[in-house]
Design a protein around this ligand. Structure first.
Ligand SMILES: Nc1nc2c(ncn2[C@@H]2O[C@H](COP(=O)(O)OP(=O)(O)OP(=O)(O)O)[C@@H](O)[C@H]2O)c(=O)[nH]1
Ligand SMILES: [Mg+2]
Length: 324
């Protein structure tokens, strides 16, 4: 039996089984509004054109977005034109289509699983609107990095409020990861990043995680500040592997897409982290992000705990989303 792509169930650790359970639980709300309805209408009968209408509504309601929904329906229609498809095969085909959408940008990036590169400086920048979970994600990533044997440091480049530095310092302490911060109020975030990259180079640190202040994508001056941070990184560490990760709150659904476009321009996005999948009814937004923003989803967060973040895997995600 396959528990995750390419691995047998006895190769999966207890922690992973625990995570899969939590992910499934987290996607419960999305599933309730979408899959239960879908599975009910699927029944045991072969797929019919009416059923495709129901499926379309269900996908749109789960915030899968028009483009991904159209792609899935088009593929299903074509299949139905060719042959009779029973419900089990219909579900299998649907899962395959959804995985294809999620995997598209990942395959295009040439990096199936994002991890820091050893013996090289990696700089990962967390960006996004207010309160989406940037700092929490950074704290979880620091822990994951340490557990995976990387040397890591945090740049407290959210200088907008004093509490932000304390918050990120608390996360650093939990994983024994040093935090570079500037004690003066309203320090320039780019200056903090400058110090952090200097420290990382001096110590041979492999991963620098950069926390940034939440900002609305419509605030031009704040987006410009973010571009400046990005330029500093590129200038100081031209050989570094830079990841600019947009953190999106799943419960914001389609709004996330509009944010993605603006942040892509300012911060040169390379990927997305979707947070708060626990308790959101809009988990389908992952498909909209992949299909419309064309960005690979790299991690997903489903909880506030330090271990509630995992590398994104389309197989796990689709199975959790469509679990009966
Ligand atoms: N349930 C749940 N809560 C989360 C998750 N990720 C973050 N949160 C919570 O969301 C709230 C905001 O998280 P932060 O990490 O401070 O968000 P931020 O993007 O850094 O916020 P600003 O810096 O103010 O823009 C906190 O209460 C977190 O505990 C998640 O995956 N699930
Ligand atoms: Mg923050």
């Amino acid at each position: 039996m396959l528990a995750a792509q390419g691995r047998r169930v006895d190769q999966v650790s207890l922690e992973e089984i625990d995570w899969l359970g939590r992910l499934r639980q987290g996607l419960e709300k999305t599933r309730r509004g979408f899959v239960t309805q879908l599975l009910d209408s699927l029944g045991d009968d072969p797929l019919s054109p009416e059923l495709l209408d129901d499926l379309e509504t269900a996908l749109l309601r789960a915030d899968v977005g028009v483009s991904a929904t159209d792609r899935v329906l088009e593929a299903l229609r074509q299949r139905l034109n060719e042959e009779v498809v029973d419900s089990a095969e219909g579900l299998r085909f649907l899962k395959e289509q959804l995985r294809g959408i999620l995997d598209g940008p990942i395959e295009a990036s040439g990096v199936p699983l994002l991890a820091p590169q050893h013996e090289r400086l990696n700089v990962w920048l967390m960006v996004g609107v207010n309160g989406v979970g940037k700092t929490t994600t950074l704290g979880k990533l620091a822990n994951l990095a340490v557990r995976s044997g990387y040397s890591c440091l945090i740049a407290a480049a959210d200088t907008f409020r004093a509490a932000a530095v304390q918050q990120v310092e608390a996360w650093g302490e939990r994983s024994h990861v040093p935090v570079i911060a500037n004690p003066s109020a309203n320090a320039d975030p780019a200056a903090v990043v400058y110090d952090a990259i200097g420290a990382a180079k001096a110590k041979g640190t492999e991963l620098v995680l950069v926390d940034t202040a939440g900002r609305l994508q419509t605030k031009h001056n704040l987006m410009e500040e973010l571009s400046k941070v990005r330029r500093i990184i590129d200038r100081l560490a031209p050989d570094a592997a830079v990841e600019s990760l947009l953190v999106l709150d799943a419960s914001q659904g389609q709004n996330g897409l509009r944010q993605a476009m603006a942040f892509a321009t300012a911060a040169g996005l390379t990927g997305v982290v979707i947070t708060k999948l626990d308790g959101s009814a809009r988990g389908g937004v992952a498909l909209a992000v992949a299909s419309e923003a064309g960005l690979p989803i790299r991690f997903i967060g489903a909880g506030e705990g330090i271990r509630d973040l995992r590398p994104f895997n389309s197989f796990e995600f689709v199975e959790a989303l469509l679990a009966g």
